[in-house]
Structures are given as structure tokens and as C-alpha cells.
Design a binder for this molecule. Structure first.
Ligand SMILES: Cc1cc2nc3c(=O)[nH]c(=O)nc-3n(C[C@H](O)[C@H](O)[C@H](O)COP(=O)(O)OP(=O)(O)OC[C@H]3O[C@@H](n4cnc5c(N)ncnc54)[C@H](O)[C@@H]3O)c2cc1C
Length: 396
């Protein structure tokens, strides 16, 4: 008989795991929003999936998405000075999670994976432990539902470092070559301009990461779509002239009334396993590895960890799943979690002088510009650049 696994949460982690594990195990997914509610609901992320994540999605036979807005490059601007366009080795893609999640849930259900619509709390999770051989907590940034211990060394902040302000817009002429625009305004925050695909077609995501209480943090209290658009228009005029130039005022609008979001994340990393009622419980994704969205690594780290969890469970397929299995998963994931977290946390602080110098070199040297673009696709290279003498940059 196949071992029974319960995945709580049907986001990036839960869905990739369901695709990966469904052949070898008896998988059930519990989620608290129906596919229709997700599809017609609020945007959730900016979800740039870099090359290695897209490779994993192929490995696990996940659905393919339209490739009309492939992201081939990263455009870097410091203050008002455009520095360079670095080319990514492999294209990235951002597809509206409302569409991908609802589609994958239906697809998995058609492929025989049972879904249960229910909000899980700690008490319910504890009763699930009796029913299944393994519970995987994939409840995202509102989780975890089970008490995974905080890793203090990797969780230095007690409050959000940025306000995240996101809108999916039409009426913005895309950058050429098509890529992610990153504008760093020292002391104020950042703007990420991201080409993306929604169910209705291509959009431009404008994603502000504002230092709380700075001049860029001007969206407080805005709950209505039209007010959000007006504030984005005036923010682009004041702070982002290159984007402002490409906005067509007559057509500039959110792609739908739910295509805007304001949130803030206090980063926290937890040890992703524990024993309850003498059984192993695992965490995967934001529920245990929650970073500020500033480096766009959340889905990519989640996807990496989901693959490592899959490998761990396959390695231990015929053994009793216990603390050793949990430790094997943490051992496989911790070095990368640490690099992504340290780099991401550093990006929320003033850029170190040696990093500013690297960016300036990128303006003079295309090979350096391409290397810097690759920081986002392979964050261990970003960690190496930010912390050149760190012990974690040696062999693991
Ligand atoms: C503004 C913003 C921009 C971002 N941009 C990027 C980016 O460009 N690139 C990138 O890689 N990452 C990005 N991220 C991060 C990325 O979206 C997340 O890291 C990723 O989605 C995490 O996946 P997850 O499965 O852990 O959580 P989620 O995808 O959030 O899924 C969690 C799931 O759990 C369900 N759930 C929650 N609680 C319960 C419960 N009690 N019972 C049952 N179900 C429950 C939810 O409904 C949901 O289905 C961004 C995040 C934000 C906020």
C-alpha cells in the first residue's frame, strides 16, 4: 500500500509537491479557497519563475504556460541613472498565480488527486496526523499551522523591511529587450517592472517595494482600484520618469479590478520539520522559509525546496518517516535557504559600497552586466558577490 501524504495549501509549494509525489504516494490536498474563488480573486504575487524553477516544473509534468512574455533580461537603474541591461542565461516567466493555481488544481483533480475544501487550524492539523503518514504544511505566509521552531540566526528582523505595492497594468509600453526593470532609489526603496501573462493577456506589473514611512510609501489607506491607479500615475511621474515616459495615459489601467495588492512581510525562517504524536510533520515554502519579496526568490526557493523534499521522501520511501527523514530534508535545503535569505535580507539594507561598485562596473562591461542579471536566476552567485568572504561560499 502506498504511504498517505496530506498537503495543506494549494499554492506554489503544495501544487508542485502534488505533481511530484502523486505517482509514488497517495496524496490528498487540503485548501481553503476553491479554484473559482482563486481565479476571480485578488492577485497574490509577482511570481517570476526563473530558468531552474521552470526546468523543475517540466520535470514534474506541470502544465505549460503561454510564452508570449518571456523575460530575457534585467535592466538596472540606480537613482535616475540607467546603468545596464544584463542578459539572463535562460528566460524567466511570470504567469498570474490566480490562473496557474486554479488551473493546476483542476488538472490535478482530473488526474485523480483528491482535494478537500477546508481551512485547517492547529487542532485540525493534529487530527490529520492520525489519518496520514505525513503532513506537509504548505500554508504560505499566513502559516504555518504547526509550530515549527524559528531559526534565530536566519531571522534577524522583527518587522517588515518594505511595503509591497503591486498592480498589474495595461497601457505601459514594455522595455526593450523585454525584461525586468529594477530601479533602486537609495533610502526610498525600489521599483520592479515585470512583463507578465494573465488569463486576459500580457500586462506590465509595477511592483514598488517602499521603505516604510519614506516618500515612496504613499499608498497607505488606498483600498479602491481607481485611487490606486491615480497614486501609481503620480508616483511614476515623481520617481520613475523612464516608466512614466512609456505610460499611455489614456490606456493606463489595472487589467481587472482585483489586480492590485498591498502587503508587507516580516521575514522568518523556521526549521522545516517537527515530530508530533510520534510522527514527522514537514513544512515547505513560505510557511517555513519566508523572505521579503524584494529579490523575487520566494517561488524559486519554494520550488527548489519542494524538489529536495521529493528527493528525500523518495530516498526514504520504504523506511519509517521520522526525525532522521526531516533532518535529511533540512540538510539538503539549509545551505541554499541560508544564501537566499542572507542575500535577500542584505537587499533590504543600504547597498554595500562594493556592490555599488559592481553595479557601476556592469555599466562598462557587458559580461559583468550579464553576471549581475544572473544573481536573480542563481542567487548563490548574488550571495557570493555580497559576501565574498563568507564561509557558506565555500564547498558545502
Ligand atoms: C508582493 C509579492 C511579490 C512576490 N514576487 C515574487 C517573485 O517575483 N518571484 C518569486 O519567486 N516569488 C515572489 N513572491 C513570493 C512567492 O509568491 C511566494 O514565495 C510563493 O508563492 C510561496 O509559495 P507557498 O506555496 O509557500 O505559498 P502560497 O503560494 O501563498 O500558497 C499558500 C496556500 O495555502 C493556502 N492556505 C493558507 N492557509 C491555509 C489553511 N489554514 N488551511 C488550508 N489552506 C491554507 C492558501 O490558500 C494557498 O493556497 C512574491 C510575494 C509577494 C507577497
Amino acid at each position: 500500500m502506498k504511504k498517505r501524504i496530506c498537503i495543506i495549501g494549494s499554492g506554489t509549494a503544495g501544487l508542485q509537491l502534488a505533481y511530484a509525489l502523486k505517482e509514488d504516494f497517495d496524496v490528498t490536498v487540503i485548501h481553503h479557497r476553491s479554484p473559482d474563488q482563486i481565479r476571480s480573486g485578488r492577485i497574490r504575487s509577482t511570481q517570476v519563475h526563473f530558468g531552474s524553477t521552470r526546468t523543475r516544473e517540466n520535470r514534474f509534468n506541470m502544465p505549460k504556460w503561454e510564452e508570449r512574455s518571456l523575460i530575457e533580461s534585467i535592466h538596472i537603474t540606480l537613482g535616475q541613472q540607467k546603468l545596464f541591461v544584463g542578459k539572463l542565461k535562460e528566460p524567466a516567466l511570470s504567469v498570474d498565480q490566480r490562473f496557474t493555481f486554479s488551473h493546476c488544481m483542476r488538472d490535478l483533480a482530473e488526474k485523480g488527486v483528491p482535494f478537500r475544501l477546508e481551512r485547517i487550524d492547529k487542532e485540525k492539523a493534529e487530527t490529520l496526523i492520525d489519518e496520514f503518514d505525513l503532513i506537509i504544511d504548505c500554508t504560505g505566509k499566513t502559516g504555518p499551522v504547526l509550530p515549527f521552531a524559528i531559526e534565530k540566526d536566519l531571522s534577524p528582523f522583527q518587522a517588515p523591511r518594505r511595503k509591497c505595492i503591486v498592480g498589474y497594468f495595461v497601457g505601459v509600453k514594455p522595455t526593450q529587450p523585454l525584461g525586468i526593470g529594477v530601479t533602486v532609489l537609495p533610502g526610498l526603496g525600489e521599483m520592479f517592472e515585470i512583463p507578465a501573462i494573465t488569463e486576459q493577456g500580457p500586462v506590465t506589473i509595477l511592483f514598488i517595494t517602499a521603505v516604510p514611512h519614506s516618500e515612496l510609501d504613499g499608498f497607505k489607506g488606498i483600498t479602491q482600484a481607481d485611487e490606486f491607479v491615480r497614486q501609481m500615475t503620480s508616483t511614476a511621474q515623481t520617481f520613475f520618469p523612464d516608466i512614466d515616459k512609456r505610460i499611455n495615459a489614456q490606456h493606463f489601467a489595472l487589467c481587472d479590478e482585483n489586480a492590485f495588492l498591498q502587503t508587507a512581510v516580516t521575514p522568518v525562517v523556521r526549521k522545516p520539520y517537527l515530530m508530533l504524536k510520534n510522527k514527522l510533520v514537514i513544512g515547505c515554502g513560505d510557511s517555513v522559509f519566508l523572505n521579503d519579496p524584494i529579490t523575487g526568490q520566494g517561488c524559486n526557493l519554494t520550488s527548489f525546496c519542494a524538489e529536495q523534499l521529493y528527493e528525500t521522501l523518495i530516498d526514504h520511501k520504504d523506511a519509517t518517516w521520522d526525525e532522521q527523514t526531516g533532518e535529511a530534508y533540512w540538510h539538503r535545503t539549509k545551505p541554499f535557504v541560508k544564501k537566499v535569505t542572507e542575500w535577500t535580507n542584505a537587499m533590504t539594507l543600504p547597498l554595500p559600497e562594493h556592490v555599488v561598485q559592481l553595479l557601476l562596473q556592469g555599466a562598462q562591461n557587458q559580461a559583468k552586466a550579464d553576471e549581475i542579471a544572473e544573481w536573480f536566476a542563481d542567487p548563490s552567485t548574488a550571495h557570493q558577490a555580497f559576501f565574498p568572504t563568507s564561509a557558506t561560499n565555500g564547498r558545502e
